[in-house]
Design a protein around this ligand. Structure first.
Ligand code: V55
Ligand code: FE
Length: 496
């Protein structure tokens, strides 16, 4: 019996050929010096299908979540990788084949998995309340043991929430340790309902508010400030008839405005106001904060058209990524103004993604941004590694929004960075002072390393290269989990 992955760009090449392994490696090879004050774990998750797609082809976003953990102990780094044991993964292991069809379309799944969670748990992994939450935005979280990466099961916060979708981008309040989250399409596929939750650091639900979006678009990330939550609504919409007919979950709408829902965190009921912006693509939030005059400032990478080519518009068309104008944008939303128009200006004029702020400043005015950049002026060895794959970024950068200075590092013409994660040098180090951790794929060699950079001198390149004897498939998001016995480094899990 043959078992073969498709020969499409989603499943081939040095970035996207599935990795498909679980295991551990003690003491990875290290070139340079791992800073001794880095104590804790870097955890991150990749979509990585265990079985070839049931329908013959699939998109990258539909792969099974595989979690990698890098544990930093006194300058040594141990590695572990384990799949999230989702209901769908366990079912397909038993059947020895994929049982799920189109991305976020349960109508196309094999009848044997009807009623099971559709989660691939492949988008983000977040420490909370002593556990790791593996997240996919169409489903409840999966809880994992932070030490063993054993899957503990679907997590509904001890029956405090119903079986709703739950964002892959919850926010942790840096002062209280509270977790703020939401779900969209929250009353069923293609519904316009949004639910917003707040949990204290012990996981006790303190708030649940329901609102409606103007259209059933994707809300991938959001922003939280002391008084508001802000939902960026992407003009990529779901339609129940299309989905029932076996079609794709999302379709790009070039005529729809981009919207920002601003919801009060104080009002009793769903006090929401929807601001409008020109049609554009935005997925990830760097950070947001409130000005003294009450205006909300929200920074996020923006593109002039649809980046998600695998969710094309109705006629099947999609734009060539090279033709889109991309930048880091700063939006201003004024809750006191009579106009619902969002104002925008450019913070950084090149394609960039995977923005990260210093997590101690979530919801507060920030000055430092870390992100990946695609600088089209730098060399790219197409003759060696083929056309540029999806999510190819050739620089890792530190942007100082105070001075406007960009400090970036280019690794080479066949190398691609994965999302950076910031770690503070110490609990009271100044904003942005610490380390950047990121995976770096060498596409020509088919190898991956974890790099550690000093945020004060990113242009000098890594202070340590932690070498894997394996290639890791392109991943999505990760976070730093501080060692509770260390001196307060990093995002402390809320149970500490
Ligand atoms: C994103 C990723 C997803 C998804 C929806 O990066 C949006 C955005 C890995 O899965 O399902
Ligand atoms: Fe994301």
């Amino acid at each position: 019996m043959s078992l073969r992955f498709p020969k499409t760009s989603e499943f081939t090449g040095s970035l996207y050929a599935p990795s498909r392994f679980e295991g551990q490696i003690r003491d990875l090879e290290v070139e340079g010096q791992v800073p001794l004050d880095l104590r804790g774990s870097f955890v991150q998750v990749a979509p990585d299908p265990e079985y070839p797609p049931m329908l013959g082809d699939d998109i990258y976003f539909n792969g099974d979540g595989a979690v990698s953990a890098f544990r930093f102990i006194q300058g040594h780094v141990d590695f572990q990788r384990r799949y999230v044991d989702t209901a769908r993964l366990l079912a397909q292991r038993k059947a020895r084949r994929s049982l799920h069809g189109v991305y976020r379309n349960p109508f196309t799944n094999d009848p044997s998995v009807a009623g099971l969670s559709n989660s691939t748990a492949n988008t983000n992994i977040v420490p909370f309340n002593g556990m790791l939450l593996a997240l996919k935005e169409d489903s409840l979280p999966y809880a994992m043991d932070a030490n063993s990466l054993e899957t503990l099961g679907e997590w509904n916060f001890r029956d405090q929430i119903t079986n709703t979708p739950f964002t892959a981008h919850p926010k942790i309040d840096p002062v209280s340790g509270a977790l703020i989250a939401f779900g969209y399409e929250a009353k069923g596929i293609a519904s316009r309902d949004i639910v917003c939750y707040e949990f204290d650091r012990h996981g006790i639900k303190t708030r649940e508010v329901w609102i409606e979006a103007p259209y059933a678009g994707m809300i991938h990330d959001f922003a939280v400030t002391p008084n508001f939550v802000i939902f960026p609504l992407l003009p990529s919409t779901a339609d129940l008839d299309r989905i029932r007919g076996g079609g794709r979950h999302f379709e790009w709408q070039p005529e729809l405005d981009f919207r920002f829902g601003v919801l009060s965190r104080r009002a009793e009921a769903g006090d929401v106001r929807w601001f409008s912006a020109p049609n554009c693509f935005q997925a990830h939030v760097l950070n947001a904060y409130e000005e003294a005059d009450g205006k909300i400032v929200l920074d996020m990478p923006m593109a002039s058209g649809n980046i998600f080519y695998f969710f094309p518009q109705a006629d099947g068309r999609t734009e060539q990524p090279e033709t889109l104008k991309s930048e880091l944008a700063r939006w201003t939303l004024d809750p006191h103004a009579s106009s619902d128009r969002a104002q925008v200006k450019t913070l950084f004029p090149w394609p960039c993604e995977f923005p990260r702020c210093d997590y101690r400043y979530v919801g507060q005015r920030h000055q430092h941004a870390f992100m990946l950049v695609m600088d089209p002026r730098l060399p790219y060895a197409e003759e060696r590694i083929g056309p540029r794959p999806f999510q190819f970024f050739n620089q890792i950068a530190h942007l100082d929004l105070g001075s406007g200075h960009v400090d970036a590092w280019f690794s080479g013409d066949t190398d691609c960075f994965q999302e950076p994660t910031f770690v503070a040098r110490s609990a009271d180090s100044p904003e942005g002072d610490g380390y950047l951790i990121a995976l770096l794929n060498h596409l020509a060699e088919g190898t991956t390393e974890l790099i550690v950079m000093d945020t004060l001198r990113v242009q000098d390149g890594p202070v340590a290269r932690i070498k894997l004897p394996l290639r890791l498939r392109m991943s999505i998001h990760g976070n730093w989990v501080s060692d509770p016995h260390a001196d307060g480094l990093g995002v402390t899990s809320a149970s500490d």
